[in-house]
Design a protein around this ligand. Structure first.
Ligand SMILES: Cc1ncc(COP(=O)(O)O)c(C=O)c1O
Length: 403
């Protein structure tokens, strides 16, 4: 989109440190292990959002140019995070919107097959079901248990499905309840060897698990979990050749080349300008300026620390918590090997305790965790101190005794 140029606003000067919560002074939970759900905004995110609001409050439309430039800078940061080019990133509200865009704009032919996995978050099933109804596709569901085998993922059933013919495989980089990391490189290679494309839901991975986009065709991610931005500001990556082949069924007024020039020059109001053959054609209308300001600040702190260091830190927290929970009779769903681990530690409590009862009892003791699909889920991130774990285990002892 060509717009009058403006300087992007300065980024807030906050510094992050592993295990240090001082950028979250108002967080009321002594132990917040819910980054797989929603991350609280850091002071950096709050300052960035406040700066955007302040600019719009004082300038009105005059603020647009600077925050348009800020989104260009954000794309650079996101591209660095996944090892892609900024031009291959389109800003969309959330993971779901990114996946809906691929599902609705893919150049389907009736009878095409889409492979999905059992146990997926519905975000990565509903859009394919809707595309199946709209375009006459078949959705093939494979058991996730094959990916979770203790000795390593068994890709045999996927390969068999690909041999029968599939246009696209949709998978999460990290399963939302167990934290199992998928072998994306191997799956991508298999898909491409059989002429299929791969679309990845990365929201449970990006920001905490080192993840390069590699040869993946599409990758969607919301900003409010491990990237530590706000709800309603995420992105979709598409390989440039795949983006160019999409049918722009979700295009809007800002999807055209030189979309906005008619606002500044006479005689440019036309409806036949080409749609951009890049994934940013999905930036189809007025953007969530404040949300993207927040996302840049959240990802900026992650970039300061480095995802590898964050992953190591979180694994140390998990190591200590998992050992203590197993001692107390819990069953851990954490993968045995590091390459299949993530930021999520899922456990099942010993009988007769229920996940819901324990989560509520932990909540009363200042521990925030969640219960997706019958699993007790702990999801710490870079601000969680390792010193929290003994306090977590004390709270668990207390909760078990009280039930
Ligand atoms: C694996 C997974 N995908 C998608 C979502 C939802 O993503 P969004 O709200 O960004 O669409 C969640 C959780 O909310 C999730 O755990």
């Amino acid at each position: 989109m060509s717009l009058p140029t403006a300087e992007p606003p300065p980024t807030p000067p906050h510094r992050a440190a592993l295990g240090d919560r001082s950028l979250f002074p108002d967080l009321r939970w002594p132990i917040y292990a819910n980054h797989a759900a929603i991350s609280p905004p850091s002071l950096a995110v709050r300052a960035a959002v406040a700066a955007a609001l302040e600019a719009y409050a004082t300038e009105g439309v005059g603020a647009f140019g600077a925050w348009h430039a800020q989104r260009g800078r954000l794309k650079g940061l996101l591209a660095d995070l996944i090892g892609a080019a900024p031009a291959d990133i389109g800003l969309v509200p959330n993971t779901t919107a990114g996946l809906i865009a691929v599902a609705q704009c893919f150049p389907w032919q009736a009878g095409d097959r889409v492979v999905v996995f059992e146990g997926e978050f519905p975000t990565n099933v509903t859009p394919w079901q809707q595309a199946a109804a709209a375009f006459g596709l078949e959705v093939v569901t494979l058991p996730v248990a094959d990916l979770a085998r203790p000795g390593g993922a068994d890709l045999g059933p996927l390969e068999a499905a690909l041999r029968r013919g599939a246009r696209l495989v949709a998978i999460s980089a990290v399963q939302f309840q167990t934290g199992l990391r998928a072998p994306l490189e191997a799956i991508t290679g298999l898909c491409h060897a059989h002429g299929a494309q791969i679309c990845v839901d990365a929201i449970q991975a990006l920001g905490v698990v080192p993840l390069a986009v590699g040869a993946v065709d599409y990758l969607a991610c919301g900003g409010h979990k491990w990237m530590m931005g706000l709800e309603g500001a995420g992105f979709l990556y598409a390989r440039p050749d795949r983006a160019a082949a999409l049918r722009p069924r979700l295009a809007g007024w800002l999807s055209h080349e030189q979309a906005a020039d008619f606002l500044f020059e006479p005689g440019r109001l036309r409806y036949d300008k080409p749609i951009r053959p890049r994934i940013d054609f999905l930036e189809a209308g007025a953007p969530n300026s404040a949300g993207y300001a927040g996302l840049e600040a959240g990802v900026g702190l992650i970039a300061q620390l480095g995802v590898e260091r964050i992953f190591d830190h979180v694994q140390r927290w998990h190591d200590a918590a998992e050992a203590g929970l197993i001692e107390r009779g819990f069953t851990s769903l954490r993968a045995p090997d590091r390459a299949r681990r993530s930021g999520v530690l899922g456990v099942r409590p010993p009988a007769p305790h229920t996940v819901a009862g324990l989560a509520a009892a932990l909540g009363e003791r200042g521990v925030a965790c969640t219960t997706p699909d019958g699993v007790l889920r702990f999801a710490p991130h870079w601000p969680n101190a390792l010193g929290e774990v003994p306090r977590l285990l004390d709270a668990v002892d207390d909760a078990l005794a009280s039930a």
